[in-house]
Structures are given as structure tokens and as C-alpha cells.
Design a protein around this ligand. Sequence first.
Ligand SMILES: Cc1ncc(COP(=O)(O)O)c(C=O)c1O
Length: 365
Amino acid sequence: MGTDRIPMGRMFIDDEMLETANRILASGQWIKGPESKAFGAEWAAYCGALGGTPCSNGSVALIAALHALDVGHGDEVIVPSHTYIASATCINLVGATPKFVEVEEEYYTLDPTALEAAITPSTKAIIGVHLYGQPMDTTIFEIASKHGIPVIEDSAQGHGGSLNGQRIGSFGDIATFSFFPSKNMAVGGDGGAIITTREDLIQRVSTFIDHGRSDKYRNDVLGTNFRLSEIQCGVGRVQLKHLDNWVARRNEIAARYNAAFSELPHIKHPQVRPGAVHAWHQYVLRVGDREAFQAHMNEMNISTGIHYPIPCHLQPVYADHPQGTEGSLPLTEAICSDIVSIPVMPLLTDEEVDRVIEAVQAWQP
Ligand SMILES: Cc1ncc(COP(=O)(O)O)c(C=O)c1O
């Protein structure tokens, strides 16, 4: 058994990606060409949405989604605090205010009961996050529709996941994705996408990310440049061909972990929502003494991560937010204090999976 360090992520680069990047570079068409069009359409079709467009990254994808829904000054947007900071800061960046809510303890996604209790007449949109690749509860979409509030699915961690046969990204009004290098699918740099199930939003989104123009020199509506390059869109199209296999491999690894960790008294392993294909962007354990656990894994030459150690509402950026004090969201705060992620990338070898299992099983708090 090898003892090389096991990282949290490993890049997939194949000849087709390299040839594609070379071909597009040599073509001289570096932006706004056939690759962006095709990637947007293929990604939307894969997810089961009506249409979509690639964009620069998953953070601006959220800004574009909020803009498309006319969210702005004076509006409130409900968002879980247990997520990556970009799910929340996009709200302030369009002039609105985040209203932070708890997640479900078993699944780490937006708690429908907390969501319903947080709705006010000022609620203009809901951002739900398929955190770690776990599809969020469909009750969220029922509650939103009952109140006439649109839902943005922050699917930055959800590529390839599904619930009851329906892919992540096709449940709400708009969904956003990130193709950051460590995500389930990447594009050779920063990247993102916005897809929608609403006919009326397709053009709005694609126009917004290209200066609001209808023509080279005609700018009809407010917009800016959030485009993704042709090279990256071409690389993304190649990666998309592998996504189903990668998600299957992530599920294989997670199933082995869950079976091996189910009887461990000091560790809580992750649950899968009934009916879900989890995208397993992260495999997250809860351990009592996280520092000691990470030190033990480090000793065994295995990398770990924390997603995320500080809940959004307690980040310094929200020091002046009405919920910006400890105790505002006790469950989220407890979760953030003892979660730890272990490697689950599809390029792990079976031998490495064995090593991770043995290391976790050997841990004594
Ligand atoms: C849940 C979530 N939302 C948004 C983002 C932002 O994506 P990006 O890094 O591509 O801007 C990320 C990326 O880490 C994320 O995990």
C-alpha cells in the first residue's frame, strides 16, 4: 500500500481537452463563438432546463440570476447561512439584504420549516443551495410557489445530482453553477453557468452577461461582461462527456465510506435524501474534536478540508447584519464547529479509498 499524500482534489486533463484548447486558440475566435452557444445549450439540456448561458464564474452567475428576477434595493432574499459566502454576498451586491436561515441537520440543505417562517412581504427571492451535492427538499419549491416567490438553485456543488429522477438545476426558476477547478466539472479556469426553466428569463440572462446588447453597438438594457471564453466552453464540453461517470464514481466511493463508517461511535457520516442521486461534491463527516481528527488524518498523509468553518452570518463582512452575532442560528453554528471533509474525488484509486477508510476507522478521539 502506497503512502503518498492523498489530496482533496486531482485535475482531470486528457488529450481531447488539450486538442480542443489548441484548436480554439488557433481559430482566433476566443469569445462569443460556437463553443459558448453549444456549451450553454448542452449544459441546460443535460440539467433538464429550457436554456442557459455560460458565464465567468459561479459568483457572478448568482448576481445575474438575482438581476434577472429584478431583485434590488429594499428587497430581502432568504438564504441558508451554511454555505459558501458567495451564496450570500451576491444579495448585497445587487443592493438587497440576505435573511439567513437554518439547514436541515441530516441533509445540510435549506430547512423548509425555517424557510416558511422567514418569509415576509419583503421577500423577493429564495436562494437554496444543493450543498455538498445533496439535492434540496422539493418542499422548498412548493412553499415558494405558494407564496409566489422565485427560487434560485445555487448548484455550484450539484453537477450531476438528481432527486426522483430530476436533475439539480431544473427545479427552480433559475439555477447557477460554478466550474471552479475543484468542482464536479471544470473548464480549465474559473467558469460558471446560469440556466433557467422559464422562457421569459433565457434572453434576459444571456443579454445581461453581454452588456445588455441586441447588436454590436446597441445596448438596450443594463448589462455587463460576465462572459466565458470559447476555450473554456470547449473544455467544459469535453468534461461534460465524463460527468456521469465521475458522479457514479463519487457515489461508489461515498457508498463504501458510508458502509465503513456507519458503526463508528465518534463519527457521524452523511445521509442521502431518499430518492436522491447525491452529487458528492464533498463527503462531510461530523467529528467531535475536529482539530484532533485533522491532525490524525494529516499524520496518515491524508488531506482534509472544512466546508465551511465560519457560517456566513458570522463572517466579518456581516458584522453589522441584524443576525451577525453568535447564537442567531445555533444549529448552523454547531454544524460549522465539527464538520470535516475527506477526499471523495473520482480519481481516487481503490487503494486510496482503502487508506482513507482505514485512517478514519483508526481514529480515537
Ligand atoms: C455553493 C457555492 N456557491 C457559489 C460559489 C461561487 O462559485 P465561483 O467560485 O465559481 O465564483 C461556490 C464556489 O465555491 C459555491 O460552492
